[in-house]
Design a protein around this ligand. Sequence first.
Ligand SMILES: Cc1cc2nc3c(=O)[nH]c(=O)nc-3n(C[C@H](O)[C@H](O)[C@H](O)COP(=O)(O)OP(=O)(O)OC[C@H]3O[C@@H](n4cnc5c(N)ncnc54)[C@H](O)[C@@H]3O)c2cc1C
Length: 390
Amino acid sequence: MNKSNSFASETHEELKSAVRELCRDFPNTYWRELDAKRAYPEAFVQALTQAGYMATLIPEEYGGAGLGVTEASVILEEIHHSGGNAAACHAQMYIMGTLLRHGSEDHKRHYLPKIADGSLRLQAFGVSEPNTGTDTTQLKTMAVKKKDRYVINGQKIWISRAEHSDLMLLLARTTPADQVKKRTEGLSTILVDLRQAVGHGLKIRPIRTMMNHATTELFFDNLEVPAENLVGEEGQGFRYLLDSLNAERILIASECIGDAHWFLDRACRYANERVVFGRPIGKNQGIQFPIARAYANLEAARLLVARASSLFDGGKPCGPEANVAKLLSADVSWELANCAVQTYGGFGFAEEYDIERKFRETRLYQVAPISTNLILSYLAEHVLGLPRSY
Ligand SMILES: Cc1cc2nc3c(=O)[nH]c(=O)nc-3n(C[C@H](O)[C@H](O)[C@H](O)COP(=O)(O)OP(=O)(O)OC[C@H]3O[C@@H](n4cnc5c(N)ncnc54)[C@H](O)[C@@H]3O)c2cc1C
């Protein structure tokens, strides 16, 4: 058994405590210092890779652990419960799925073992564009096939980890929008080797955001990529993107559950310790009821994440469950973030307590990778049979 699947036979409890142990080497001071510098958690990502956790979903025949989204969720939840932030690397887990499901056997043999052993990083997913936003089918970045190459021109925004990844899965238009029968056609997924691309047709510009997220803007100016880097069939990229969304929703939801637990632990501890008017502030129902209500919501969200993961791993349809899990988990992590700030009073705003850092970090999940409104639209239209609203 190699390193990347050595934990494959552990129970969930064992896996959880092993991840907790690893996270002990990366305490809140580690994350706080990186946050202040907006620096990438290189040592943490290395440790996670060496332990094999980044290869959780890669099948054993390609050197990974061959486990499911359930186990990946255990890992991500525990990282966030420890006060850390898996946003630095979580995407590799679901981007790899597109390669696994739609890549050729040559692609899989070439890339997956290297991704599993950490010699290659596939952490960047290039979808969003500045002028089309959530309306992905209208994206404009164009990849034109010229003999054995694609020539790429256009712009992407919010492409996270591009500076820290060797490869990027790019969603680009291969047929102009006015020449496709359906809006969802004409887009393709192409693997871009960032090590060769940067400075040869690709420029990366970091975007400083309210939290430490290593996100960037990309500018393509006649970037040439070998035609063999096309993943799957030309024109079917949007369908492949949809395929990966359930895993993404569930994994992000598990991070939110981890954040929510972290806020809950902190809020309860502080409410017991902080004495004002001669008694712990937690004796006041004004402090304890919001925490208790959020705890109830957390329990419900946690069960939904477990249900969505189990359906996903069982190969069953899970679109509604994955979306509801993401919605409720992001809501409860935000609810508990607010509870924690309120409980800490002024100290909630002080950097050294980490509440304000986690508050900023968990806010993202109301907007990205999918905004709350778009989940509600999905549920309204696809589950409740209401008219499409856009
Ligand atoms: C830190 C960060 C990291 C990111 N990382 C990546 C990445 O690695 N790769 C990548 O491709 N993208 C990434 N994104 C992009 C992210 O997926 C988008 O920001 C998100 O999907 C929302 O798109 P938008 O910002 O274009 O918002 P817009 O589409 O402009 O929407 C703005 C607001 O309007 C609402 N809205 C829009 N249309 C409707 C409608 N029909 N009904 C109701 N409400 C609507 C939205 O919900 C949103 O609240 C990242 C974003 C951030 C902030």
